[in-house]
Design a protein around this ligand. Structure first.
Ligand code: NAP
Length: 309
């Protein structure tokens, strides 16, 4: 299949690029994996996306965006791109199911994935009390003690959400100051069910697949004490890794793997290849900024096609 525009990713960046390129009659193909919608589908209330006075649920917002993109002619392919040859035109992509796709312009909106601490127990007990998504798994842990690791907006949001279910929520943070925005900090610090464990590092998660998480081994880096904290679940919320591995030999990436676009642009080091959303943004990482860069990528792709065809 040959397309003028192929978009990879279905978060706010990819879908905004799809809305704009489909409205420009470019008939884009948007490719996404089996869990569409990006990170917003793992969040609850989105209160800061303009246009929703009372807030909107993340998954609902993504469904609305997808319907809007499809209404103007975006074609959606549920598959995974496993090979990409992007330095020459046409750009060639190969998918997991064996499809070969070619295009003139490529918009990369593949987002970022949650990071882990690197403990063996995170892998062993994932889905058995260890999670990276409170919205997905929080309801399994009613009236028990729950912990969240991290000190950013994600960790605070997860902790607040989990108070709906948990008896108590511990926020385990390695420093004595939260990184989260002031409003989230206030909500966490004033919440009667949340206790922040400052200067604390999660060293191990104790439990089994049969019994789930039972205890957390916590190291206080100020007192240099290690102790066990009884807990039934732990949510890891320590940031993200950009999904740029597929392009690492072809695109300019920074030391953390974020794609580096040209200044004031979404254009990458390769003509006709654009990057938008969290795969190129380690600073703002908001749904609205992702959508903004999706719009930029679409307009830049459209202009490039006009000039080159
Ligand atoms: P983040 O801001 O990068 O925060 C990551 C947190 O995890 C930091 O507190 C960091 O500690 C901690 N951390 C990182 N690596 C760690 C490790 N190995 N061990 C222990 N702790 C570790 O990530 P985020 O919270 O996912 O937020 C990302 C962006 O999305 C931010 O711009 C945020 O504002 C935005 N966001 C917004 C909303 C909202 O507005 N509703 C919700 C979620 C996220 P240090 O502080 O010590 O570095």
């Amino acid at each position: 299949m040959h397309k003028k525009v192929i978009i990879l990713g279905s978060g706010p960046a990819g879908l905004t690029a799809a809305i704009y390129t489909s409205r420009a009659a470019l008939e884009p193909l948007l490719v996404h994996g089996p869990m569409p919608g990006g990170q917003l589908t793992t969040t609850t209330d989105v209160e800061n996306f303009p246009g929703f006075e009372e807030g909107v649920m993340g998954p609902d917002l993504m469904q609305i965006m997808e319907k809007q993109a499809v209404r103007f002619g975006t074609e959606i392919l549920v598959d995974k791109v496993v090979e990409a040859s992007i330095t020459e035109k046409p750009i060639k992509l190969k998918t997991e199911s064996g499809k070969e796709l070619t295009c003139e312009t490529l918009i990369i909106a593949t987002g970022a994935n949650p990071r882990f601490l690197g403990l063996q127990a995170e892998k062993d007990l994932m889905g058995f009390g260890v999670s990276t998504c409170a919205t997905c798994d929080g309801a399994f842990f009613r009236d028990v003690d729950i912990a969240v690791v991290g000190g950013g907006d994600s960790a605070c949001e997860e902790a607040i959400f989990l108070t709906k279910f948990g008896k108590k929520v511990y926020l385990i943070h390695r420093r004595e100051e939260l990184r989260a925005s002031k409003i989230m900090q206030e909500r966490v610090l004033n919440h009667e069910k949340i206790e922040v464990l400052w200067n604390s590092e999660l060293k191990d998660i104790l439990g089994s697949k049969e019994k789930g998480v039972e205890k957390l081994s916590i190291y206080n880096n100020k007192t240099e004490e290690t102790y066990d904290l009884p807990c039934s679940a732990v949510f890891i919320a320590i940031g993200h890794t950009p999904n740029s591995q597929l392009f690492k030999d072809q695109l300019s990436l920074d030391e953390n793997g974020y794609i580096i676009p040209k200044p004031n642009s979404t254009q990458t080091n390769i003509e006709g290849v654009y990057a938008c959303g969290d795969v190129q943004d380690h600073i703002f990482r908001q749904a609205i900024t992702a959508a903004g860069t999706g719009c930029m990528a679409a307009i830049e792709a459209e202009r490039w096609l006009e000039e080159n065809h």
